[in-house]
Design a protein around this ligand. Structure first.
Ligand code: HEC
Length: 139
């Protein structure tokens, strides 16, 4: 069930600093997904995740598990990552429905999760985030 390896968090401080500066500068049209409004909306929503997660394949490791290729991937797939007992024991894959539920309220969907995030209340924001994550493939 596990697919990829955890490379560690040695560059976490640098990654957080870069994320902070990207937020401050707005990180304008670095990637252009603007042909799909839902994906573009999701790109902006997912900015909130980048402080803890690598989103693209080339992003450095962060405090959370990497999210490239996460849509339809097995839960708790990253070898060596220190998942909570709750997530480590979770079955199945991160399909649209489970991602939607988790991102709406992480603690409600997965009590005991180590993901300290309040959730995304807006339905279209969650749909956009999932659509954007789908563009970040595993290759
Ligand atoms: C404060 C840090 C933080 C933020 C912000 C955050 N996450 Fe997480 N996320 C984590 C941690 C830590 C875990 C591991 C949770 C566990 O083990 O229970 C995790 C786990 C996940 C997982 C499961 C991955 C797997 O390998 O099974 C997904 C999917 C996910 N996060 C998506 C997101 C998305 C999308 C956002 C932004 C909307 C986000 N997270 C925001 C820290 C964070």
């Amino acid at each position: 069930m596990r697919g990829i390896s955890w490379a560690g968090v040695t560059v976490l401080t640098v990654a957080v600093a870069i994320s902070a500066s990207l937020v401050l500068t707005g990180n304008g049209g670095e990637r252009d997904w603007s042909t799909n409004p839902l994906v573009e909306r999701g790109r902006q929503v997912v900015e909130a995740c980048t402080v803890c997660h690598a989103i693209a394949r080339q992003d450095p490791p962060r405090v959370g598990p990497p999210l490239w290729g996460i849509v339809d991937a097995p839960k708790a797939r990253t070898n060596g990552f220190g998942y909570s007992a709750a997530l480590a024991a979770a079955d199945g894959v991160w399909d649209d429905a489970s991602l939607d539920a988790f991102l709406r309220d992480p603690q409600a969907y997965l009590p005991g999760t180590a993901m300290v995030f309040n959730g995304i209340a807006d339905d279209a924001d969650r749909a956009g985030a999932i659509a954007y994550l789908r563009t970040q493939a595993a290759q």
